[in-house]
Design a protein around this ligand. Structure first.
Ligand SMILES: Cc1cc2nc3c(=O)[nH]c(=O)nc-3n(C[C@H](O)[C@H](O)[C@H](O)COP(=O)(O)O)c2cc1C
Length: 338
């Protein structure tokens, strides 16, 4: 079971949706970084449930820092963050234990962990654990700021539509349905030269991190799948000099060539599927008898992952880019005390 990723900037996730807390350990953060907790809280607020058109589960997401920080500065020791779970209601999950939700991980978890999995609220498969990713991502953003790198993400479409997107979620929810969508993440001012040509390709590692978010079904860089339908002359990005710097006139590569950053914006589009838990009646199997049974999900769920996932896309990009920036030694190892 792998709950950690990153080579130098290592992120380890722990906790379950209905356990006492969820959290994250961030190891390898250089000493001397002044952490602004307000920035962490602001990113957590963007991910938080209990807002309009999200699950009614209401969590305040107040985090505690247990280690690695003295006088507001990182010490170089592992940073440990926890967020207590308050608004937990596991009753629905107890009843549904042997009747897996189609589209969710209930069945695969049941098989893999032989019935010992924490099935309450989706356990480790719940998007709740991504609060830890958002904290780690914010630390990474605060580090990347030091070299002028900025990361942002925006919603491209929801339920196949790029206008009146929030209305699309409301329509789906009203009819007991859910919808997915696409988020575009962009990293600016990434120095050219980060990444490796084969197994640690920058785009491959970014894709792995983005696919680690729940409900992600596709990741593409630059022209992505559309490149397969273009001519070489249409897809190649011609070089030119701007302000004394080598740039490309177009960015079909999405900022990565041969697994290595080329200095252009890194642009990744991430496709999320519709939420599996829907209010509409469905059919499933009772795994004790293998007979079909009706399924009516009464719990609390999001009608669409997209609004809360924007900050998660930023977080995963920031974590990976920080790791590569530390490997490429473009981030300071030590910050001097003022
Ligand atoms: C922001 C966000 C919120 C989510 N909320 C729910 C939810 O309320 N109910 C649900 O069934 N799935 C939800 N999911 C998706 C599941 O966690 C995910 O589909 C499930 O773990 C199966 O994994 P997979 O879709 O990656 O295969 C959410 C995903 C995200 C990104």
């Amino acid at each position: 079971m792998s709950n950690a990723f990153g080579k130098i900037f290592q992120v380890t996730s722990f906790g379950e949706s209905h356990g006492p807390c969820i959290g994250v350990v961030v190891d390898g953060c250089p000493a001397g970084l002044k952490i602004d907790p307000k920035k962490i809280a602001d990113d957590l607020a963007r991910r938080r449930p209990g807002q309009i058109l999200t699950t009614p589960r209401n969590e305040t997401d107040d985090f505690k820092i247990l280690s690695g920080l003295v006088d507001g500065h990182t010490t170089g020791a592992p940073l440990c963050f926890i967020i207590p779970n308050h608004d937990v209601d596991s009753a629905q999950y107890e009843e549904r234990r042997f009747t897996p939700r189609p589209g969710h991980a209930d069945y695969t978890a049941f098989i893999k962990y032989a019935g010992f999995e924490d099935y309450r609220g989706g356990g480790r498969f719940s998007a709740r654990v991504t609060a830890g990713f958002v904290i780690a991502g914010n630390i990474a953003k605060q580090l990347l700021e030091k070299i002028g790198v900025t990361i942002s993400a925006k919603i491209i479409e929801i339920g196949g539509r790029s206008e009146k997107m929030m209305e699309r979620i409301a329509e789906a929810a009203e009819s007991g349905e859910s919808v997915g969508g696409i988020i575009e993440g962009e990293a600016l001012n990434i120095p050219a030269g980060l990444g490796e040509p084969l197994f640690d390709k920058l785009d491959a590692e970014l894709a792995k991190a983005l696919f680690s978010l729940p409900a992600v079904k596709g990741v593409e860089f630059g022209s992505g799948f559309a490149a397969a339908r273009k001519l070489g002359s249409e897809n190649n990005d011609p070089y030119e000099i701007q302000n004394g710097k080598v740039v490309t006139k177009t960015n079909n590569a999405g900022g990565v060539l041969g697994g290595i950053s080329n200095g252009m914006p890194i642009v990744a589009c991430v496709a999320f599927k519709p939420i599996a838990s829907i209010a509409k009646p469905q059919e499933t199997l009772d795994l004790r008898t293998n007979r079909p049974v009706p399924l009516k999900i009464e719990g609390r769920f999001d009608p669409c992952p997209i609004p809360r996932a924007v900050v998660m896309v930023e977080a995963m990009m920031a974590i990976v880019l920080t790791d590569f920036a530390l490997m490429g030694q473009v981030l300071p190892k030590v910050f001097k005390r003022q």
